[in-house]
Design a protein around this ligand. Structure first.
Ligand code: SIN
Length: 274
């Protein structure tokens, strides 16, 4: 029975470097240790997994499905200064482009979630409540590919560096946070190294002068934007995307027709390690 369930789970690559479409997993799939292990391995290998369930996934179904990927965080992230957004946030886990314009809230910049915290989320999950009629998709960039795409000289330089992550570029948040993480981390499941520098939260390299740090940051922010590292989707009713936060970055596409509302949950993580 377990073997038959596991045999049905299939990962089909969505691009040469990142992402896979998953078949053989039901929306009400039981979270057995075996299924969770197969999905965990697939998630760490491909970085982002896409599921299609054909119709809008309701809040309770979404919460249950998310448990396949680990322990769901009760609340993720920062509270905002904006009262309208703060009012819908607690327990709502919804990204509504009318209340949180993507550009203003920086979700259209490449980032990994929560890196100013000691334990950023390990994974995040999105599904549309109201998908845009046109455009407004989400993109992911592989941080394995970003690291592996650097020369060995740059790799060696970065391996010795630490990065201060903070809330300097998110003036809309109420509280501030700061944390130091390695510039290059190692994924505990695949053993592969990944670049861990992102353009919303990474502020400076601890060991470099300000000029050296600014210039290297600028180069890496551009590097993450290399199309060969990317995969993109547009949202349909019933699409669910799950991504591993440490080995990918993501950004919303801020050009769409109609409304754009996405349900979102995150999975608890631990401190990223080199
Ligand atoms: C996010 O940054 O988590 C949201 C991405 C999106 O709205 O597409």
């Amino acid at each position: 029975m377990v073997a038959a369930t596991l045999e049905k789970i299939r990962f089909e690559k969505a691009s040469a470097t990142i992402g896979a479409r998953v078949a053989g997993v039901a929306l009400d799939q039981a979270a057995t240790p075996e299924v969770m292990q197969v999905l965990r391995e697939g998630l760490h290998e491909h970085g982002v997994l896409f599921f299609e369930f054909g119709q809008i996934v309701e809040a309770a179904e979404f919460a249950r499905f998310s448990e396949l990927f680990g322990e769901v965080e009760p609340v993720y992230g920062f509270s905002t200064k904006d009262e309208a957004v703060s009012a819908v946030k607690p327990g709502e886990s919804c990204i509504d482009a009318r209340l949180q314009p993507l550009k203003q809230y920086r979700t259209n910049m490449w980032h990994s979630d929560g890196t100013p915290f000691e334990r950023p989320p390990q994974a995040a999950i999105l599904t549309p409540v109201e998908p845009p009629q046109l455009g407004g998709g989400t993109m992911w960039s592989s941080m394995y590919a970003a690291y592996e795409g650097l020369s060995s000289h740059y790799q060696r330089l970065l391996e010795g560096l630490e990065v201060v992550h903070g809330t300097m570029r998110t003036p809309f948040v109420k509280e501030t946070a700061q944390m130091i993480h390695p510039a290059v981390i190692r994924d505990p499941v695949t053993g592969r190294q990944a670049l861990f520098v992102n353009s919303i939260y990474s502020e400076r390299f601890l060991e470099l002068s300000e000029r050296e740090s600014d210039s290297l940051m600028h180069f890496l922010f551009e590097h993450v934007n290399t199309p060969e590292f990317h995969v993109a989707i547009t949202w349909k009713p019933g699409t669910v995307a799950v991504w591993e936060e440490r080995v990918t970055q993501h950004r919303a596409v801020d050009s769409f027709v109609g409304q754009r509302r996405l349900r979102r949950l995150t999975i608890k993580g631990d401190k990223p390690a080199a």
